[in-house]
Design a binder for this molecule. Structure first.
Ligand code: HEM
Length: 320
C-alpha cells in the first residue's frame, strides 16, 4: 500500500462527509434537536481533520504518477500534469472552506458547552460555509475523477489547450511563497507563535487534569480553549503555505507522515476537552476522572511528538 492508495481511500470522505453533515444539520434545525445539531458539528469537525491527509496524499499520488515532471504528459501516458494541477487548485480552495467550516463548527460546540445553546450567527456561518464547501469539494472531486477516467472528460488535447496559460491556485500560491524571500521566514515565525499559543494553553489544561494547579476549575480553563484553537489555525495556514510550496519535501518524509498522524490524534483530544461532560464537571480542588487524566497525559505526548517531528524534518526521514 502506498500514498496513492491512501488518496484513493480518502478522497470521497470530504464530499460524502459534507453531505452527511449538512443533512444532519438540516434535520437538526427542522426537528429543533440540539443533539442532532451537535452531531452535525462533530461530523464537520471530523471531516475538516480528514481533509488534511486527503489533500496531502493527493500530492503524493501526483508524485508517483508524474515522477517529478513539471510539464506535459506524465510518465503514465494519458494523464495530464496540467489537469492534475487544476485538480490541486480546486482542492486547495475546497480545503480552505472546509477548514473554515470546521473552525466554526468547533466554535459552535465550544459555545454550546458553556451556554447550553448555539449562537444563531455561528449556526448561520456553518450553514453557509458548509454549502459552499460542498459545491467546491464536489467540483474538486469531479476534476480528480477526470484524471483517470477518460469516459467523463473531454479529450486530453482539448483540455490541455483550455488549461494552457492558466496558473492553477496551488501553483500560484507556491510561486508566491517561493518567490518572496520574506514569506517563508514570516510563516516560520508565525508557526512558532501558533505553537506557543497551542502548547501553552494545552499544557495548562493537561496539568490541571493531572492534579497540578488544582484550585482552578476546568470551566475557567475551558474559556481559554479558543486561543489554543487559534494557535492551531495559525499553524494550519502557515503549514499549508510550506506544504503547497514544497510538497515534494514532505510527502515521502516519514517524520512528516508521523507528524500528520499525531496532529489528527491530538484533534480528538481537543474534542474531548471541548464537549465531553466529564472534564466539564471538574470543579476547583476536585480530582479529575481517570479518563480525563489519560487524555491529558496523551495530549502531552502527542503535542511534544508533533513538535519533535516538526523540528526533526530536516534531519530524519527523507531529510531536506
Ligand atoms: C480536498 C482534497 C482532495 C479531494 C477531495 C480529492 C478528490 C479526488 C478524487 C475524487 C479523485 C478521483 C479518484 C478516482 O479516480 O476514483 C482524485 C484523484 C486524484 N487526485 Fe485528488 N483530491 C484532493 C486533493 C488532491 C491534491 C492536493 C492533489 C495534488 C495534485 C491530488 C491529486 C490527485 C491525483 C494525482 C489523482 C489521480 C489518482 C490516481 O488515479 O492514481 N488530489 N482526487
Amino acid at each position: 500500500m502506498n500514498l496513492a492508495h491512501i488518496h484513493l481511500l480518502l478522497n470521497h470522505f470530504p464530499t460524502i462527509g459534507t453531505i452527511i453533515g449538512i443533512g444532519l444539520f438540516l434535520v437538526g434545525l427542522a426537528a429543533k434537536s440540539d443533539e442532532l445539531k451537535r452531531a452535525s458539528l462533530v461530523v464537520f469537525l471530523g471531516i475538516a481533520l480528514i481533509t488534511l491527509p486527503t489533500y496531502m496524499s493527493g500530492n503524493a499520488a501526483q508524485e508517483m504518477i508524474c515522477k517529478g515532471q513539471t510539464k506535459g504528459p506524465c510518465t503514465d501516458p494519458g494523464v495530464s500534469k496540467a489537469l492534475i494541477e487544476k485538480h490541486e487548485g480546486a482542492a486547495l480552495l475546497a480545503f480552505l472552506f472546509m477548514e473554515f467550516t470546521g473552525a466554526f463548527a468547533w466554535l459552535g460546540l465550544w459555545k454550546f458547552r458553556r451556554a447550553a445553546r448555539f449562537p444563531g450567527a455561528v449556526l448561520a456561518a456553518v450553514a453557509l460555509l458548509s454549502m459552499v464547501t460542498f459545491g467546491l469539494m464536489a467540483q474538486a472531486a469531479n476534476i480528480g475523477g477526470e484524471i483517470r477516467h477518460p469516459e467523463i472528460r473531454e479529450a486530453l488535447q482539448a483540455q490541455a489547450a483550455q488549461i494552457e496559460g492558466q496558473q492553477p491556485l496551488g501553483r500560484a500560491v507556491a510561486s508566491f511563497v517561493i518567490g518572496k524571500t520574506w514569506m517563508w521566514a514570516t510563516c516560520e515565525t508565525l508557526h512558532f507563535v501558533g505553537l506557543c499559543l497551542l502548547f501553552g494553553i494545552a499544557s495548562f489544561v493537561d496539568l490541571r487534569m493531572l492534579g497540578v494547579i488544582k484550585g482552578i476549575s476546568f470551566k475557567a480553563l475551558h474559556r481559554m480553549l479558543p486561543w489554543a484553537v487559534l494557535g492551531f489555525g495559525i499553524n494550519l495556514i502557515t503549514g499549508m503555505f510550506f506544504f503547497v510550496a514544497a510538497y515534494d519535501q514532505y510527502t515521502t518524509n516519514t517524520v512528516y507522515q508521523w507528524k500528520l498522524v499525531l496532529i489528527m490524534l491530538a484533534g480528538l483530544n481537543v474534542l474531548y476537552f471541548t464537549i465531553f461532560d466529564e472534564p466539564w464537571e471538574v470543579g476547583a480542588d476536585d480530582n479529575a476522572p481517570p479518563l480525563a487524566k489519560f487524555v491529558a497525559a496523551s495530549a502531552f505526548v502527542l503535542v511534544i511528538g508533533v513538535i519533535f517531528c516538526g523540528r526533526m524534518l530536516p534531519f530524519l526521514g527523507k531529510a531536506f
